[in-house]
Design a protein. Sequence first.
Length: 348
Amino acid sequence: MSDIFEIQHDSHLLVYADDIFLYNSGTNWNKTIGEMQESLNKISVWCKKWKLSTSPEKSSLLNFSRKRSTIPPLLKICDKPIPEVKSLKILGIIFDPNTTWKNHINYLRQKGFKYLNAIKALSSPKIGTRSDHLLNIINATIRSIFDYGSQLFSFSSNSNRQKLEPIYNAALRLALGLPRNTPLDLLRAESMNGNINSRHNFLCQKFITKQIALKDWSPNARLFWNIDSNFYKYREKEISIFQKTINLLQELCISKVDILQWIPPPPIYDNRKINIYTHELPFQNKDLPDDIVQNMFNDYIQPKFNNNIIIATDGSKNTNQTSIGILIPKKKNSTKFHTERHDFNIHS
């Protein structure tokens, strides 16, 4: 399906496996609908070319707008209208027309309650599951479900996001065997887990910082590099997490240009060679004294391997020996690993 991106059209295209997502935006209603319909027609021709069938009944149309429009959008594929929906799930995230994320958060609550019932069974004294094991299970199930896509629904209002907190708190109380009236501060201190809202803010800030660091390597980076002081204010009473992140950077006197930029790894060239010596070198002799081995090593390494990276190991597990050492003669850098790391010995 890679050649589907070669289709020339004015809309934006996303493809995941056999799912195709087409989206467009604009201020002129008729122009936007016309561009979408033209793109759908070209995709229909592409599907016929590759003998792929499209199902208008399984397709969905969602109009993202805060305005109340009396004219419903009418788009067709294969001469059949695409039904308009109130919400749409894309890769596990439920989108709604006003991007309030209420439908998605309610969906997360339903999934969270199912896992909460399982936690109730596991926390029963008859089973005897340890508290630390229960906490790991909670974080691997309930918390991970709540974390997925949190960078998106961090735009939601605080009152909407707070709906997830009671489920997570109830699971923590079950894991620790604490009563329902336990103060939240004590609950978080005992479980060593913060609240969901703060965690989502952290994940969102981490995502923003990473996109800024990626810069040209990220399709989202331009959104964060071009922001100003009023760009991400999306409500009169609340400030988005994006704006809070920028405010935090300003308070710390950190500019976007101060964030370390991601550097792609250098390519591995075919002319690089790896040579392994076990007994061929003159100093690889167990019968020689240590001082002689050291002198021979230094005399031999400088002229022979000055432009190489040397990784050496003695293969021993003695407490007074080096497990593995790395030497770069040209840069005069060296380091060694502790003897407790026996994996290097075994595989060397």
